[in-house]
Design a protein around this ligand. Structure first.
Ligand SMILES: *Cc1c(COP(=O)(O)O)cnc(C)c1O
Length: 366
């Protein structure tokens, strides 16, 4: 029986060709060619004005928050159910993440809870599209506008998700993506900062170039302390190839989700929602066992292990981690993680492999 990994990238001859070309020819005057092309084509794909390739999504968020002037004493509102990467950069700048609860169906930030958490120190709301599910962007935009706040979209898990004709990541003041090896589109490691705001674009360009302003004629002259979260030309070459296959990569994820959904539809559980008018990129098919149904996620993980299947736990509430003060009043976040699991989801997973996964779930949940 072969091992079912929870995720792995879809790499074809195209990516190998592009990467080989970058390794062979992408130097000297061509050393930024794939980077510029990846940025241009990614922005066009999303339908936003600007994109800046970065070494990670974490770096892209750090740059964006810094460009927005967020710093010591400021508060940034974010959902409690999250991966630490959506939170850590807030603390790098000396600001404080304020954790609020999620909605029970999308597992994304609750706009009413976000509004209730606003204080005179609040500067921004980060909407994370969890596992491909879309946050309620219109409601969040309205909250942000009422209080003069920045709205940020962490679309690391939502490449391919579409919110009423706008691609995830292109709706807010700025968006960020990850191209880590586990993500729908990968460059191994990597990320992207996207925005249609010229001011944020210029600031992030400067910040990501060690504070050297575009057009500065003095060599090695920095005007401010900046950062350097850059992507290499070789990674960008792989990104260009992946982007050329974007529709295929997204279709692969959607096929995997739909197969699981059919296989598990009679069990007392729910999966990633796809609201009317929206498209879910289904980065990670996830099951949430109904409240009240008998379920122990460790029992499923152990059963997976016995069957050579990689299981993946749903994100813990970030406020449960030792660096933060716990917030059990975020009742949905504190209930969800115990009832939920991510299923293996790489693009070319076979029907037989998914049936194997479903059978294990059925023996434990059924
Ligand atoms: C993967 C991920 C990140 C971090 O991406 P890196 O490229 O590893 O920094 C941030 N936010 C979310 C929602 C993610 O899933």
């Amino acid at each position: 029986m072969s091992r079912i990994h929870y995720t792995k990238p879809s790499i074809t001859d195209l990516e190998v060709e592009f990467a080989s070309d970058a390794a062979r020819n992408g130097w000297g005057s061509a050393c930024y060619a794939y980077i510029e092309r990846f940025e241009r084509e990614f922005a066009a794909f999303l339908g936003c004005r600007h994109a800046i390739a970065t070494s990670s999504c974490t770096g892209a968020l750090h740059l964006g928050l810094a460009a927005a002037g967020i710093g010591a004493g400021d508060e940034v509102i974010v959902a409690d159910t999250n991966w630490i990467a959506s939170v850590a950069p807030v603390t790098y700048l000396g600001a404080t993440p304020i954790f609020v609860d999620v909605l029970p169906d999308s597992w994304c930030i609750d706009p009413a809870a976000a509004e209730a958490a606003i204080t005179s120190r609040t500067k921004a709301i980060i909407a994370v599209h969890l596992y491909g599910n879309l946050a309620d962007l219109r409601a969040l935009r309205a909250v942000a506008d009422r209080h003069g706040l920045l709205l940020i979209e962490d679309a690391a898990e939502a490449f391919g998700s579409i919110y009423h004709d706008t691609r995830a990541g292109a709706f807010a003041d700025f968006g960020i993506f990850s191209f880590h090896g586990t993500k729908t589109l990968t460059t191994g490691e990597g990320g992207m900062f996207v925005t249609s705001r010229a001011d944020l674009y210029e600031k992030v360009l400067t910040l990501n170039n060690h504070g050297r302003v575009t057009g500065q004629t003095k060599q090695f002259w920095s005007d401010i302390i900046g950062y350097k979260y850059k992507m290499s030309n070789m990674q960008a070459a792989i990104g260009c190839a992946q982007l050329q296959r974007a529709d295929e990569l997204i279709a692969g994820k959607r096929r995997v989700f739909e197969t699981y959904h059919d296989l598990l539809s009679d069990l007392p559980l729910s999966m990633n929602p796809e609201p009317e008018g929206c498209v879910n990129g289904y980065w990670m098919p996830t099951i949430v066992i109904d409240e009240g149904a008998a379920f122990d996620r460790q029992v499923v993980l152990d059963a997976f292990k016995e069957d050579e299947i990689d299981g993946r736990v749903f994100f813990w509430p970030v406020s449960m981690l030792p660096m933060f003060e716990s917030r059990p009043e975020n009742a949905i976040s504190y209930s969800l993680y115990r009832r939920a699991l991510n299923l293996p989801s790489y693009h070319d997973l076979t029907e037989e492999e998914m049936a194997r996964v479903a059978n294990v779930i059925r023996t434990v949940v059924g």
